[in-house]
Design a protein around this ligand. Structure first.
Ligand SMILES: [Ca+2]
Ligand SMILES: [Ca+2]
Length: 253
């Protein structure tokens, strides 16, 4: 019986610690609006400025495999994909919070912008593939107005964080600089960003929040994942293992 308990304890310990090495995926739907448009052409639900087939974001998948984090944004927005494009906007950087997702205002978060809600700790710079710690760095975040405000013929979503200024900070950690940089590529229907998160202090039980949009912020997605299974599912797993142990014991008798 003692031996069985040890095996059981080891199994549970493996299941808990082993989660880090497993590939896990989450899906976040786009239920976030985030601020107002600078002009017309807003979709009836307020979520997209301009044609949804060009700017709409439907959701994102988050994959964690060891230390590799991959974020797939489901969108047809493609900087290089439109021959009529006058190159006024571009893919934005990815903002990450390890201290929870706290968007401002009621659900759909139409009142949330860069000045309120979640504070972002890190950013993945899609043009360089580098990861930055942005919390505590003044002027690290560039908002949509700074990029789009001078372009009087274009409508954009105001007050949204869209890029980071890599000139005001160093990429995260000397070790990280030695390793490969991350990647950001567009494949039809998906903007995929992938990078090593070993330099990030990701707490395994903490909520990790994400924010992404294009530099005009015509559609913005925000949301969060929880890396470890909920306590409820861990309890169920434990109960299942206990049941299994009891079954094995009964069979032995
Ligand atoms: Ca915000
Ligand atoms: Ca949105």
């Amino acid at each position: 019986m003692k031996k069985l308990l040890i095996i059981l304890a080891l199994s549970i310990a493996f299941l808990i610690t082993g989660t880090q090495a497993w590939a896990i995926s989450w899906t976040i739907d786009d239920n976030y609006i985030g601020g107002t448009a600078s002009g017309p052409y807003v979709s009836p639900d307020g979520d997209v400025i301009g044609p949804a087939e060009f700017y709409g974001i439907s959701g994102m998948d988050v994959h964690l495999a060891g230390d590799r984090l991959t974020i797939d944004i489901f969108t047809n927005y493609n900087y290089d994909g439109r021959p009529d494009y006058d190159v006024l906007t571009d893919f934005g950087d990815l903002f990450i919070s390890t201290t929870g997702w706290t968007p401002y205002g009621p659900v759909d978060y139409a009142l949330d912008d860069a000045s309120n809600g979640t504070s972002w700790d890190y950013a993945f710079d899609v043009s360089s593939g580098k990861l930055f710690k942005i919390s505590g760095v003044s002027d690290a975040i560039i908002i949509s107005d700074t990029i789009m405000g001078s372009k009087t013929d274009d409508w954009y979503r105001v007050g949204q964080e869209v890029l980071v200024d890599e000139d005001v900070m160093n990429a995260l950690g000397p070790d990280y600089l030695m390793s490969e940089y991350g990647t950001a590529i567009y494949i039809p229907g998906i903007y995929s960003m992938s990078f090593d998160v070993s330099a990030l202090s990701l707490g395994l039980s903490e909520e990790i929040a994400f924010h992404w949009t294009m530099t005009c912020a015509n559609d913005v997605i925000e949301g969060a994942i929880t890396p470890v299974p909920e306590p409820g599912s861990m309890l169920l797993l434990g109960a299942g293992l206990m049941g299994l142990a009891g079954f094995i014991r009964r069979k032995k008798v």
